[in-house]
Design a protein around this ligand. Sequence first.
Ligand SMILES: Nc1ncnc2c1ncn2[C@@H]1O[C@H](COP(=O)(O)OP(=O)(O)OP(=O)(O)O)[C@@H](O)[C@H]1O
Ligand SMILES: [Mg+2]
Length: 281
Amino acid sequence: MDIQFKEVGYAYQGFKKQYHALKNINLEIEKEGEFIAIVGQTGSGKSTLVQHLNALMKPTSGTINILGTVLPSKKKIKVNHLRQKVGLVFQFPEYQLFEENILKDVEFGPSNFKETKDHKTEYAKKSLKLVGIDESLYEESPFRISGGQMRRVAIAGILAMNPNILVLDEPTRGLDPQGKDDIMDLFNEIHVQEHKTIIMITHDMDIVAKYAKRVVVLNQGEIVFDGKKDDLFQHEDFHTFHLDYPTHMRMMNHLHETLGIKKKFVKNQDELLSYLKEVFK
Ligand SMILES: Nc1ncnc2c1ncn2[C@@H]1O[C@H](COP(=O)(O)OP(=O)(O)OP(=O)(O)O)[C@@H](O)[C@H]1O
Ligand SMILES: [Mg+2]
């Protein structure tokens, strides 16, 4: 197993008391072939959890093994290399752009690691191409492009480090529908072509239904579900997870309530349409 959480807890140290943001987390993740959506209500601990994946945060109880490095460690150990292996794209990553031009900004990540340093320009150009940023923009300031383009540049900066695992904290938030589709197709392409594991926080159940293979549901700092998305959406305790159903399932429920159509589990809009054609034949 490439990443393994064992009874991980994390408590934020407040002024007077602690806040237990993660409790008894047991989780195993492979570095290849997974596409995991992390979902749950606001404040359920999603961002706290993913920041443990590249050692940005360390458990206050339990242990986490990241590609052979066990944390927390009594000895002082280097964790910097994990930042290259597990690429973390924060929520609104565009706020972290800082260089004078786009190419330099994307080169910054790979320039920090021995694995990628010598090829930083090559990797940066390849990543910019992948996210759809044209060569004519390389010399442009990252602050003089649109918000959607800034997001792409920031994501290219992480891709240029050539991580094994890509972790994304709400990458589609604030993007228009086309921007959402484009960026999701990009992650899917990386996942399908390079078999990289993608771990993505999202509130968007349509994205979960379309792209994820596995879903981890957090509720008040605890994992309440970890399994296949089809099992999640058919779970009898679904209402206790405080999640929405994807659009096609909400439509099915609506058709059931308004027209009395018999409910059937459908995985996407196409399945819903075929079912309706069947019903109205
Ligand atoms: N720096 C901090 N100090 C104290 N408490 C914090 C801190 N950061 C987060 N918390 C608390 O920890 C809990 C989990 O926060 P986290 O950001 O992981 O939630 P989340 O699931 O990512 O939420 P969202 O969907 O809103 O992004 C929240 O109750 C939050 O108030
Ligand atoms: Mg968050």
